[in-house]
Design a protein around this ligand. Structure first.
Ligand code: GLN
Length: 245
């Protein structure tokens, strides 16, 4: 088995080292003898998102999101929509997650029209939502408790019939009001959780990998790995957030 991972906009969307998630995806495949190719698609790169099995998009500040708009609307928007509709697995974080929706209106009134692959929109608020947070994935996304870190001004609302990735246990998630976090649409996993999301949450990583493998091969299983260290880090953070949450 093999997977091709496409890292979209690594040049501008890489806040808090979001690219560490690529390393995690890669290693957890290689440790199981599954081949991986990672291709980077920065601003100005050729299109061809449809040829990959998994697309990763990190987060970025309002400035970076506005910087990439011209390139996005030169065809990558349509390609990304087509890939999502075709069931390509996607992990998108914060600014990258917002980009899959209809638009983002910044707090100071700039409007970024995004790709509209998923019916959701984001509006900037005066108060930033910052800090370590925790949510439980819905059952269809594995049910795992995820510990993460969020930093956003945008409040995201999901459209009718669009399901979240999970429900907030501590922190803000999509908007700090309706208890939802992220989005789960076709094979897309969207989340506000920055940085080492996958190293801290190996169960979620494997869920995303399985989603991509099953789409490609019809069925797939992943050999178990020794996640003792990862689970200890996860449980330590979950315990802290339970006390403060
Ligand atoms: N600019 C967006 C917001 O503040 C996304 C930020 C991010 O990716 N951290 O909502």
């Amino acid at each position: 088995m093999e997977l091709t991972i496409c890292h979209l906009y690594p040049d501008v969307l890489n806040l808090y080292g979001d690219r560490g998630n690529i390393l995690c995806l890669r290693r957890r495949l290689e440790w199981r003898g599954i081949e991986v190719t990672v291709t980077e698609k920065p601003i100005g790169s050729e299109r061809s998102l449809g040829n990959c099995d998994l697309i990763f998009i990190g987060g970025g500040q309002d400035f970076e999101q506005e910087t990439l708009l011209a390139d996005l609307h030169q065809g990558k928007d349509a390609e990304l929509c087509a890939a999502i509709n075709d069931g390509v697995a996607v992990l998108a974080i914060c600014g990258g997650y917002q980009m899959l929706g209809n638009y983002y209106e910044t707090y100071d009134g700039h409007r970024c029209d995004f790709i509209g692959a998923i019916d959701l929109c984001t509006i900037g608020s005066a108060v930033r939502m910052i800090g370590n947070y925790m949510f439980r994935c819905d059952a269809e996304s594995g049910g795992a408790v995820v510990v993460g870190f969020e930093n956003h001004s945008g409040k995201t609302r999901l459209g009718e019939g669009v399901k979240p990735l999970g429900r907030v246990i501590a922190g803000y998630g999509n908007n700090g009001e309706d208890g939802t976090e992220g989005v789960r649409w076709k094979n897309v996993f969207g989340t506000y959780s920055h940085g080492p999301l996958l190293p801290k949450n190996p169960g979620l990583c494997d869920n995303i990998l399985l989603t991509a493998l099953i789409r490609k091969y019809g069925h797939a299983t992943l050999d178990p790995l020794d996640d003792t260290a990862e689970n200890r880090a996860h449980d330590e953070m979950a315990a802290r957030l339970t006390k403060t949450g």
